[in-house]
Design a protein around this ligand. Structure first.
Ligand code: ZN
Length: 327
């Protein structure tokens, strides 16, 4: 696999491969970008490429003993630093700075990967400065953070920053299909995950079929009949952790209702495999009603993270959706 296994980050990958190939990899790297877009996998691949016994064109083989040890996190020259509790602490950085100047035990390069570097305490960041400033010849530090502003400016200025962009939805869906995901589900997951393959894979593990059933039910009642608000709320709350997912999926459903109202292009739908149901439901409703429904779900979703009582929010939302359908 090597760098070819990293999805949708061609720019970052070609920069890194080239730098490794000509032996010019910066000793302090900062990988920024949203969660789940491949920052960590890339850091591990850099560590492999530096130490691989069969390196070709700056890429690793993923088969030699060195690559194998790194994959299993047992290579003596590749160190992973992650938060202990909520933060990366000064003692962890002191261990790193003691270890950094030593020559590699068996590989070509010593690599320290600081995942969630933004959780470093201020003292920890200050303790890291000297090592970042004068990195030992065979030592490489890779800091991973959502954005540069999450770290102290002196840290950022000593690192070469590599930005990781969200992955295009089409590429996420293709990768999910390669992993055995059915087409409709792959498209939907990619859309819900907003350019993060990691998030899409997490979503895939959640009890999705139940969520889809519930989404379908919200609009499945003939006009004039009351949506059974309390029953639906009960069903959604049965698995509390999937409430945000339910709302995101419902939001996509509302979006698809609008799309199917204004165009016949099936490929524009996220829920392509439910096209007939969407057509049926959107026919009975005006675009302004659909837009108001979309806004209602969006508001509920936004409110959920902040302050809202999930039960009350869901009940109010279902009631509003019912009234909007009747309006
Ligand atoms: Zn190898």
């Amino acid at each position: 696999m090597g760098f070819a296994g990293i999805l949708g980050q061609e720019r970052a990958v070609s920069l890194l491969k080239r730098a490794i190939e000509i032996d010019r990899l910066p000793h302090a790297l900062l990988f920024t970008g949203p969660k789940g877009v491949g920052r960590f996998l890339t850091a591990i691949t850099v560590a492999k490429a530096l130490n691989c016994l069969n390196r070709v064109n700056g890429d690793c083989c993923d088969r030699c003993p060195a690559c194998g040890k790194i994959a299993k996190s047992i290579h003596p020259d590749v160190h992973l630093v992650t938060p202990e509790g909520a933060t990366v602490k000064i003692d962890q950085i002191r261990t790193l700075t003691r270890e950094a100047p030593l020559t590699p035990y068996e590989g070509r390069g010593k690599v320290f990967i600081l995942d969630q570097a933004e959780t470093m305490t201020e003292q920890a960041q200050n303790a890291l400065l000297k090592t970042l400033e004068e990195p030992p010849r065979a030592t490489f530090l890779i800091l991973i953070a959502p954005e540069a502003s999450a770290l102290l400016p002196p840290i950022v200025s000593r690192c070469s920053q590599i930005r990781f962009a969200p992955v295009p939805e089409g590429a996420v869906a293709t990768r999910l299909r390669e992993q055995g995901c059915e087409e409709g589900e792959a498209t939907l997951l990619a859309s819900l995950a907003g350019g993060s393959l990691g998030r899409a894979q997490e979503l895939r593990k959640s009890p999705l079929s139940e969520v889809w059933d519930l989404v379908g039910q919200v609009f499945a009642f003939p006009p004039g009949r009351t949506v059974p608000v309390l029953e639906l709320t009960e069903q959604v709350l049965r698995q509390k952790e999937t409430v945000p997912l339910f709302l995101e999926a419902l939001l996509v459903w509302c979006r698809d209702l609008m799309v199917s109202k204004v165009t016949r292009h099936r490929e524009l739908l996220v829920y392509r495999n439910r096209e007939a149901v969407l057509r049926g439901q959107s026919e009975g409703l005006a675009l302004r009603q659909l837009l108001a429904m979309y806004r209602t779900v969006k508001q509920t979703l936004d409110g959920l993270g902040r302050y809202a009582n999930p039960r009350l929010s869901l009940e109010v939302m279902f009631l509003t959706l019912r009234d909007l359908q009747a309006a």
